[in-house]
Design a protein. Structure first.
Ligand code: ADP
Length: 501
């Protein structure tokens, strides 16, 4: 037993999301004992622009942490370590002497730099070079163009950055810097791999990319492994001396929290959108199907970089919100399960929720949504069912694309996220894929991943074998539908997508 284990009964995960910050108390059995959540403001300065106030992110996160500790009467000695998982790509630039950000955080969803990406990256040779170095398809989503925008638009920022007077960080870096009293300016490999400035093969900030976006190297944080030391807490109002020993971007954290530690293991998160990640071990698998290659979080005993393929569905749970808020067909998301089960099949109705275009493997940003196959007998339940099924079809398309890129089938899909509670959806997904779906009792795998990464680094848990053992019995879904019927459903979906395109 290590000192750290003797010293604390709990690990705290700081789950810094896009709309809220949460502090999660995790015990030695991997159980989530309690959660405190604080929301913060979404700022929309113009259509398509999204910002957060970095101080508000900070205070919501600190408020949730101190609130959690106070509620349980806990001090520094009770907490073995802190792990952080965070919204990825969101960009903050600040002055380390004052601790003041030069402007609001530019959030991952913000499209203000779409034009810049078009100008600097549309040359196919440039785009190919970016993909080869970073595993990413050039997009305004990633941090690179957001940093460049700040340097070009905030008065004096460029000169200050070139004089070494400004720092860049994704949200993890900002939190670590503040929590350690300004001592540690660092990020982890998973967050670095989402900036579009990090060479995922060589493991360094890439000079050619920094040059392309005109970003001084002095702004960039040190890159550390996801499970290891990021300093200790040293901030007024927070118990001092708690080691921060885990950091990962939210999706990679969820992959780790699902105990996907090895090549071939995959998870799909069914939230507002869906995020599918497949661990590919030490191999950085390049995609031919518009997926991205990213770095996976590793346990401390792994001595090489591990990678994952990632794909996302833009509109997943959001289509259920649309049924509720725009169509008024349901009052709560939970009702969809009962309604979908109340009809024997989809009645030929398909919804392709391409509200903001279609993502991988189609890449049709200008496509818009469709409902097709309507007959006089189509009713509310058929439409609700078609909406739910659309999450499964879109995810199945991604799974197939990923299998093609990885050159191997996905035998088990671990699921989580709010919509994974829906048994109808999970069964339909298993029917379509013909693989085994596993839903853990605790679907809050994102925070669990950060807790695991932090806990492994201090010996709170002995290794990944112990973590696997913590997982209580999963709900398992397998194919029940006969294959001919699956083919009929899939043909109907393909036809609906064709009409949408
Ligand atoms: P996020 O983290 O993206 O905000 P969550 O993981 O909290 O999302 O999941 C919320 C999403 O899941 C919402 O879009 C909601 O419509 C959908 N959802 C929640 N419960 C269900 C359910 N029982 N069936 C289908 N969809 C659901």
């Amino acid at each position: 037993m290590s000192d750290a284990k003797a010293r604390g009964r709990y690990v705290v995960a700081l789950d810094q999301g896009t709309t809220s910050s949460r502090a999660v108390l995790v015990d030695h059995d991997g159980q989530m004992v309690d959660v405190v959540q604080r929301e913060f403001t979404q700022i929309y300065p113009r259509p398509g622009w999204v910002e957060h106030n970095p101080q508000e992110i900070l205070f919501s996160q600190l408020g949730s942490l101190t609130g959690l500790l106070q509620r349980h009467g806990l001090g520094a000695d009770d907490i073995a370590c802190i792990g952080i998982d965070n919204q990825r790509e969101t960009t903050i630039v600040w002055d380390p002497t004052t601790g003041e950000p030069v402007m609001n955080a530019i959030v991952w969803q913000c499209r203000r730099t779409a034009q810049m990406i078009e100008e600097r990256c549309s040359d196919p040779e440039v785009a190919a070079k970016i993909q080869a170095k970073t595993g990413l398809l050039p997009d305004a989503y990633f941090s690179a163009s957001k940093i460049a925008w700040i340097l070009e638009n905030v008065p004096g920022a460029r000169q200050r950055a070139e004089a070494g007077e400004l720092l860049f960080g994704t949200v993890d870096t900002w939190l670590v810097w503040v929590l350690t009293g300004g001592l540690v300016h660092a990020t982890d490999v998973t967050n670095a791999s989402r900036t579009m400035l990090y060479n995922i093969h060589e493991g360094c900030w890439d000079p050619w990319l920094l040059d392309l976006f005109d970003i001084p190297a002095s702004m960039m944080p040190e890159v550390r492994r996801s499970s290891g030391s990021f300093g200790e807490t040293s901030y007024p109002g927070v118990p001092a001396g708690i080691p921060i020993t885990g950091v990962a971007g939210d999706q990679q954290s969820a992959l780790f929290g699902q105990c996907c530690f090895e090549a071939g293991q995959a998870k799909n998160t069914y939230g507002t959108g869906c995020f599918l990640l497949l661990h590919t071990g030490g191999e950085a698998c390049a995609s031919k199907n518009s997926l991205v290659t990213t770095i996976a979080a590793s346990a401390p005993d792994v001595d090489h970089t591990e990678y994952a393929l990632e794909g996302s569905v833009f509109v997943a749970g959001a289509v259920i919100q649309w049924l509720r808020d725009e169509l008024g067909l349901i009052r709560t998301a939970d009702e969809t399960e009962y309604l979908a089960k109340s009809v024997p099949d989809n009645g030929g109705v398909y919804i392709v929720p391409a509200f903001t275009g279609l993502g991988a493997p189609y890449w049709a940003p200008d496509a818009r949504g469709t409902i097709c196959g309507l007959t006089r007998g189509a009713n509310r339940s058929h439409i609700v069912r078609a909406a739910l099924e659309s999450l499964a079809y879109q995810s199945a398309d991604l799974v197939r694309a990923m299998e093609a890129d990885a050159g191997a089938p996905i035998a088990t899909l671990n699921v989580d996220g709010g919509a994974s509670r829906n048994d109808f959806l999970m069964q339909f997904q298993a029917d379509l894929l013909g693989c085994e779906l596993r839903r853990p009792q605790n679907i809050e795998t994102t925070s669990l991943g950060a807790a695991y990464l932090a806990g492994l680094a201090v010996g709170f848990w002995s290794g990944t074998d112990e973590l696997r053992g913590l997982r209580s019995t999963d709900d398992v879904f397998g194919r029940k539908m006969d294959e001919a019927q699956v083919e009929t459903y899939l043909a109907g979906w393909k036809d609906a997508v064709r009409r949408t395109l």
